[in-house]
Design a protein around this ligand. Structure first.
Ligand code: IPM
Ligand code: MN
Length: 353
């Protein structure tokens, strides 16, 4: 029986449209093999639109997006737009308004991919980071006092609600159980200094842990986790953390799995519409050159299919990525792949169909 999905596509800025083109090529190649029909609707959002019309997230857009099965996002960020306008006004606004309270970032080193970690291989780097995606320092709480004067004060508060922390922690335990690997969930915080926020996280974590007797628990301070991710990445299975720490350690994670060329993430609302993206950003210096690596966007498609419970299609895409990195491309870096952006898309599309 054929199944139909409606996908909202936001190519966005910089190299976003180039990598999304390849991601959709792969999506449309894999869909018929599993009798899936993918209906994609493009949304013109991002820096160009903002510069043209002054609109970042026009009224009604979020409501429109909620009607889709998933969202595929290219990149947000434009050199001609002041930092923060698009990132906060579009990307964070979508995460918040769509209540995508999980930012899920797998850190997997595929065979054939170079990692900067000496003596570490695919068996050592295989974990997932569950980042809270709607609270913490990202909540936008705080403000200025006497701005622009010699006496100015800037306060930026980290907002941690019991509800927000608990739903994230629960998701992480479920995720760890589903992975069924080392069955270990590590909480990443800063209990030795942030004695309010990290205390709430630790207590919630311990309480929820009691409901998951099959999952071992562990704790690491965020600074130490940066150290261990480099020195002993094989210790990790699932890591759960707040928004800001998660932002930082997922970039570190991306590097040890081979770089931004392959790193993807999902902004997940388990009960709503989720959004999948390559995490590398808009890479203005590579824009329009057909040299950027599209694998991260293709990995975002894999995550999207997985999220929609199209496991066979997701597996085909994963196998296609594994094949292209093992057999074909020389490097994951833009301009050094030995193939163009569109050729890498063609190869994966061939492998999945
Ligand atoms: C990410 C990005 C965003 C974040 C920026 C672009 C706002 O770095 O998805 O990790 O900080 O969350
Ligand atoms: Mn980031």
């Amino acid at each position: 029986m054929s199944k139909s999905y409606q996908i909202a596509v936001i190519p966005g800025d910089g190299t976003g449209p180039e990598v999304i083109r390849e991601a959709l090529k792969v999506l449309h190649a894999v869909a018929p093999t599993e009798s899936l029909h993918m209906e994609c609707v493009h949304f013109d959002l991002g820096g160009e639109r903002y510069l043209r019309t002054g609109e970042v997230l026009p009224p009604g857009t979020v409501e429109e997006l909620t009607a889709f099965d998933a969202i595929l996002l290219g990149a947000i960020g434009h050199p001609g737009v002041k930092p923060g306008i698009l990132e906060k006004g579009l990307l964070l606004e979508l995460r918040f308004q769509l209540d995508q309270y999980i930012n899920l970032r797998p850190v997997i080193l595929y065979p054939g991919v170079d990692t900067p970690l000496k003596d570490k291989g695919p068996d050592d780097v295989n974990f997932v980071i569950v980042r809270e995606n709607t609270e913490g320092l990202y909540a936008g709480a705080g403000g200025f006092l006497r701005k622009g004067t010699p006496f100015e004060v800037a306060v930026q508060e980290s907002v941690n609600t019991r509800m927000g922390v608990e739903r994230c922690v629960r998701y992480a335990f479920d995720c760890c159980r589903r992975r069924n690997q080392k069955k270990k969930l590590t909480l990443c915080g800063k209990t030795n200094v942030l004695t309010y926020a990290s205390d709430l996280w630790q207590r919630t974590f311990d309480e929820v842990a009691a409901e998951y007797p099959g999952i071992g628990t562990d704790y690491a301070n965020v600074d130490a986790i940066c150290m261990w991710m480099v020195k002993n990445p094989e210790w990790f299975d699932t890591i759960v953390t707040d928004n800001m720490f998660g932002d930082i350690i997922t970039d570190l994670g991306a590097m040890i799995q081979g770089g931004m060329g392959i790193a993807a993430g999902g902004n997940i609302n388990p009960a709503g519409v989720s959004m999948f993206e390559p995490i590398g950003g808009s890479a203005p210096k590579y824009t329009g050159k057909n040299i950027i690596n599209p694998l991260a966007a293709i990995a975002a498609v894999q995550m999207m299919l997985d999220h929609m419970e199209e496991y066979d299609a997701a597996k085909r895409v994963e196998d296609g990525i594994r094949k292209v990195v093992a057999q074909d491309i020389k490097s994951l870096s833009a301009g050094a792949m030995g193939y163009s952006t569109s050729e890498v898309g063609d190869l994966v599309a061939k492998y999945v169909s």
